[in-house]
Design a protein around this ligand. Structure first.
Ligand SMILES: [Fe+2]
Length: 298
């Protein structure tokens, strides 16, 4: 009998391309002097924490793979190409080379369809993987030695409302958990998003000039602190319940459903998330956090 699969960890793994730029990995063409250290050191600490967890696959939901008819899943075993951030081509031109766990993607797709969600496997071998998926996976696991499952954002907040997004993200989270359990895999889930997301519209002459970096406004900061505080106290359900106000008032990138999906897939943790770092990137609020159920006896 096959081993029962598990979600062994979940993470809030924001994807500003600035963090990859400032890290200077060999895959990225532009180089930086420094920048956004509190977040990059936070990711470094999260990587160490996740090293203690033995996982087979990374499952990531990205706001920047935007699909307009339902949820799509990467369905090709291998992708290799150049990813250029459309807004920051000066910071992110990344040569990626990644494997996809297609059987698990198909299993989640099947569970999603069975739950009534519109979903589709993406089978185009020339598809360019979005930078949100790449940045979150790279910062979490720069070795690129684990296959991924890439899940799109179906933009139901924009087309309908946050409430519709929430219902779909919750159903997708449940489908994800069922498929992982049946697969025998040990999975790490990544919610690839910033918290508050109002951002600057101009860039300083030196992008990594940290004298220019700060939160966009105080109300955003208050929202970020509220959500981090709730998550650190184990109040994930309250975070989900307050999501409509958070998205509308802090223009949160959680509007893509990634955070709700991840928390729901993990059974809505009632134990604290571990905060590794908080920082702003072009005025947006970003937290790097993980939830590891085995450490909590959950
Ligand atoms: Fe983004």
């Amino acid at each position: 009998m096959a081993e029962v699969g598990r979600i062994v960890a979940g993470a809030l793994a924001p994807h500003p391309p600035h963090l990859v730029y400032a890290d200077n990995p060999p895959q990225n063409e532009p180089t930086a002097e420094c920048g956004w250290e509190t977040l990059r050191w936070g990711y470094e600490r999260m990587r160490k924490a996740l090293d203690a967890v033995d996982y087979d696959v990374i499952v990531v939901l990205s706001p920047h793979w935007q699909t307009y008819v339902g949820t799509h899943f990467l369905g090709v075993p291998h992708f290799k190409s150049l990813s250029v951030d459309p807004v920051f081509p000066n910071l992110f031109r990344f040569h990626y080379d990644l494997d996809v766990d297609v059987p698990l993607a198909e299993a989640i797709h099947g569970e999603a369809q069975a739950a009534g969600l519109v979903s589709k496997m993406m089978r185009n071998p020339d598809f360019r993987v979005d930078y949100g998926t790449i940045v979150s996976c790279h910062l979490t696991r720069p070795a690129w030695d684990k296959p991924i499952v890439g899940i799109s954002s179906c933009r139901s907040t924009a087309f309908y409302s946050v409430e519709v997004m929430q219902e779909q993200a919750k159903a997708l989270g449940e489908a994800t958990r069922r498929a992982i359990e049946a697969s025998g895999r040990r999975a790490l889930l990544l919610a690839s998003n910033s918290l508050s997301h109002r951002h600057f519209t101009t860039e300083s002459a030196v992008p990594e000039d940290m004298s220019q970096e700060h939160i966009m406004n105080h109300s955003q900061y208050l929202w970020d602190m509220r959500f981090i505080d709730l998550l650190r106290q184990g109040h994930a359900q309250q975070v989900i319940d307050e999501m409509p106000e958070f998205v509308s008032q802090a223009i949160s990138e959680a509007d893509a459903g990634a955070l709700t999906w991840m928390l729901q897939a993990m059974g809505v943790p009632d134990y604290p998330g571990e905060l590794f770092g908080y920082g702003t990137v072009i005025g947006t609020g970003n937290a790097v956090m993980s939830w590891i159920p085995e450490e909590q006896g959950a």
